[in-house]
Design a protein around this ligand. Structure first.
Ligand code: NAP
Length: 363
């Protein structure tokens, strides 16, 4: 467990440099707590902050921005409106607008346009839903958890690679969800293969392999963390109680079990969750080093984490709510031998290529 005082001092160190951060899915929940934490940590003494909140809900974004502006008066907080981000074409439109705005904002200040931190937490939690295909041929749940986030990362690479921090990509979901795997059906098109567990599992496998691919491709430049936040019982759980689309059993378990769930060891209080999510941008998670030697001394007391492919400071991390590694399962050895790291990346790149060319993916 990385102690909270170390997490906080590392976050304090983070704002000792000017930062540009992008948050996708921060109009509620963990993303909102993380952006608030960044603003508060920067406060009045940080060295400069420009934050983009990307999302659909302008009203929620405005209210979060007003809070952030209060705790960080010199910071710049901008809302980038988006539509359904389960669609790659919407991700592309959003990224184009974001890049254009950052180029304008940076040039007005004589800075290099860049992104130092990209945090993605957009998702729809409806474990009772059947496979719900987007017009582009992807499952909505899997798209929000994986394809959309992979697409954001690749589209924003020109700005991420301009960071001198270097750049940190943080995807909030659940690396330890990887269990069942259907090699002949990566998109889980067969209803017999599809379920809440298998869709989360495939999203986790695909992300592990895609992040490893990017970390290896951009050594010294890009750190990628797939972060499991623990149980974070934020206001969204309470608003779910009034959502007519939520089944009675789910509402009942939230209502009656919440006091017990709060006591579980992996339950993380909301403000602490903001701190710990931001910590994924720390020196504990450096990009893969160019010479193969991690700079352990630079990380100090927080130490350097092991990447998902077993390298100290290897650039692509599966991070638990407590800052430790989510162990890589035994099945990975055989999966790697059978070429699933490469095949998963090819699947993802083909998906992007097909949607770009025809608007649809059927692989
Ligand atoms: N909270 C937990 O206890 C917990 C535990 C384990 C893992 N996680 C994972 O952590 C991540 C964040 O969870 P959270 O609890 O913070 O979620 P949340 O409060 O429900 O926030 C989800 C965000 O995603 C956005 N979103 C949903 N569908 C979208 C779409 N089609 N297009 C664009 N934006 C969309 C929402 O925007 P709108 O405001 O526009 O709806 C919202 O900002 C998720 O991946 C979740 O699986 C959470």
């Amino acid at each position: 467990m990385v102690k909270l005082n170390l997490v906080k001092s590392s976050n304090d160190e983070l704002v000792s440099k000017p930062l540009v951060a992008v948050f996708v899915g921060a109009t509620s929940g963990i993303g909102a707590y993380t952006v608030r934490c960044l603003a508060k940590t920067h406060g009045k003494t940080g060295k400069g902050l420009r934050v983009y909140i990307v999302g659909r809900n302008a009203k929620a974004a405005e209210s979060i921005i007003a809070e952030c502006q209060k705790s960080c008066p010199a910071g710049q907080f901008l809302f980038q409106s988006a539509n359904d981000l389960a669609l790659m074409k919407e991700v592309d439109i959003t990224c184009k607008q974001l890049i254009k705005t950052e180029e304008k904002e940076a040039s007005a200040k004589g800075e290099t346009p860049r992104i130092d931190i990209l945090v993605m937490s957009h998702a729809n939690f409806k474990p009772w839903d059947p496979r719900n295909e987007t017009s582009e041929g992807l499952d909505t749940f899997m798209s929000l958890l994986f394809y959309s986030r992979a697409r954001f990362t690749t589209n924003l690479l020109p700005l991420l690679l301009s960071s001198s921090l270097p750049a940190h990509v943080v995807s909030v979901f659940g690396p330890g969800r990887d269990a069942s795997f259907f090699p002949d059906d990566l998109s889980l098109r067969d209803p017999k293969n599809y379920g809440f567990m298998s869709s989360g599992s495939h999203a986790a496998y695909l992300k592990t392999f895609f992040f490893e691919y990017l970390a290896a491709k951009y050594p010294g430049k890009l750190s990628l963390c797939h972060y499991f936040p623990g149980l974070v019982l934020h206001e969204g759980f309470d608003s779910g109680l009034n959502d007519p689309s939520f089944p009675w059993w789910f509402k009942a378990s939230i209502k009656y079990l919440k006091p017990i769930m709060k006591l579980a060891p992996s339950t993380v209080p909301c403000e602490e969750s903001g701190e710990r999510t931001l910590f994924n941008a720390s020196k504990r998670f450096p990009p893969k080093s160019v010479d193969g030697k991690a700079n352990i001394a630079a990380a100090g007391a927080i130490g350097v984490a092991e990447s998902s492919d077993g390298v100290l400071g290897g650039g692509s991390y599966r991070v638990n709510y407590n800052g430790e590694q989510v162990a890589i399962g035994k099945q990975y050895k055989k999966m790697r031998e059978d070429g699933w790291a490469e095949k998963s990346v090819q699947h993802t790149l083909k998906c992007f290529e097909d949607i770009e060319a025809t608007g649809h993916f059927s692989g």
